[in-house]
Write a protein that binds this ligand. Structure first.
Ligand SMILES: Nc1ncnc2c1ncn2[C@@H]1O[C@H](COP(=O)(O)OP(=O)(O)OP(=O)(O)O)[C@@H](O)[C@H]1O
Ligand SMILES: [Mg+2]
Length: 318
């Protein structure tokens, strides 16, 4: 159910100031088109949950515009809620009901008839390996199990937009794969997905586009490839021959790149992020005994390098 064409999620100059708090959102412009999977990536406190809560009408913005499917979150909350599936760090499940009852209820709220809703609930329980818990009260679920039910609730009935706040945080590896598969299925079916994550791998794997937020602002946007290129960073990698000191070589790499290198002792590998890989490589080759070098090269930065650089939580050279 859409009010208008145009971006499915749209914000302009969106701001949120909590009472006696900082600006959790300090002017966010975001446009997500139909069928897109967008990852919102940012460190703790960046404003991800605040944005999700505003888009899902759980929280009013202080100022600015936010629409979902063309509906304004401030004045058309009912329409927004009817057109979005949400799972979040603040799950809206009823602990006194069983898993099956919760899903059945939500499917009916999304407009499905009794029988179809029941069938959909059972399908979702199977998809998220929750059948064994189907008839237990949700208040008795473990954290990870509750999370999977929360996701099932977000996806049931096939809402056209799905907003997920850290969908895989706290899940074991197998459950994480289940969630990734479900999101991939949604994408294939044309659902628009906005998900927040602190896992770069997850953003890389699932999203078409990544929006990096920090201190309530968008600090970068693009495909992961574009973010890597735009960062200008490279990664210098050196593998040391046997018999040569890792510490000595690491000190040379540190002096060359101006950062603290990563040392993987077992692999005898030293790597460091740098803005000018080829120049650093030339310096390195002139200052290390050639026999000590088993392998050396310049690689593309990892998404971690890019993220740390953008959000400046750790020192990376300017
Ligand atoms: N209810 C609140 N009252 C006051 N300040 C708040 C409230 N909720 C969040 N904040 C502050 O707003 C900022 C953004 O918080 P938010 O929860 O949106 O970040 P986040 O990106 O979701 O972080 P995390 O990765 O830890 O989930 C933080 O500085 C936080 O302390
Ligand atoms: Mg959060």
């Amino acid at each position: 159910m859409r009010k208008s064409d145009g971006p499915v999620v749209h914000t302009r100059e969106l701001r949120k100031r909590y009472p006696r708090g900082v600006d959790a959102l300090a002017g966010v412009d975001l446009d997500i088109s139909a069928g897109e999977v967008r990852a919102l990536l940012g460190p703790n406190g960046a404003g991800k949950t605040t944005l999700v809560r505003i888009l899902t009408t759980l929280l009013p913005p202080t100022s600015g515009i936010a629409t979902v499917n063309g509906w304004d979150v401030a004045t058309e909350g009912d329409e927004v809620r009817a057109s979005v599936g949400v799972a979040g760090q603040y799950a809206a499940l009823d602990g006194l009901l069983t898993g099956l009852e919760n899903l059945h209820l939500i499917a009916k709220l999304r407009g499905m008839r009794w029988k179809a809703a029941r069938r959909a609930a059972q399908e979702m329980l199977a998809r998220f390996r929750l059948e064994a818990k189907a008839n237990q009260q949700v208040s008795t679920y473990s954290g990870g199990t509750r999370r999977r039910l929360d996701l099932a609730a977000a996806l049931i009935g096939g809402p056209p937009v799905v907003i997920l706040d850290e969908p895989t945080t706290g899940l074991d590896p197998e459950s994480r794969l289940d969630v990734w598969e479900s999101i991939a299925d949604l994408t294939a079916a044309g659902t628009t997905v906005l998900l927040t994550t602190q896992y770069l791998e997850e953003a890389d794997r699932l999203a078409d586009q990544v929006t990096v937020v920090d201190h309530g602002r968008v600090v970068a946007e693009g495909t992961t490839d574009e973010l890597k290129s735009a960062s200008g960073l490279t990664r210098l990698v050196l593998r040391l021959a046997d018999g040569y000191s890792l510490d000595t070589a690491a000190a040379v790499v540190a002096a060359t790149t101006g950062t603290t290198p990563t040392v993987e002792a077992r692999l005898r590998r030293i790597s460091a992020t740098t803005v000018d890989g080829p120049a650093a490589l030339a310096v390195l080759l002139s200052s290390v005994d050639g026999r000590a070098i088993a392998e050396v090269g310049v690689q593309r930065p990892t998404l971690d390098d890019v993220f740390l650089r953008l959000t400046a939580r750790r020192e990376v050279p300017a």
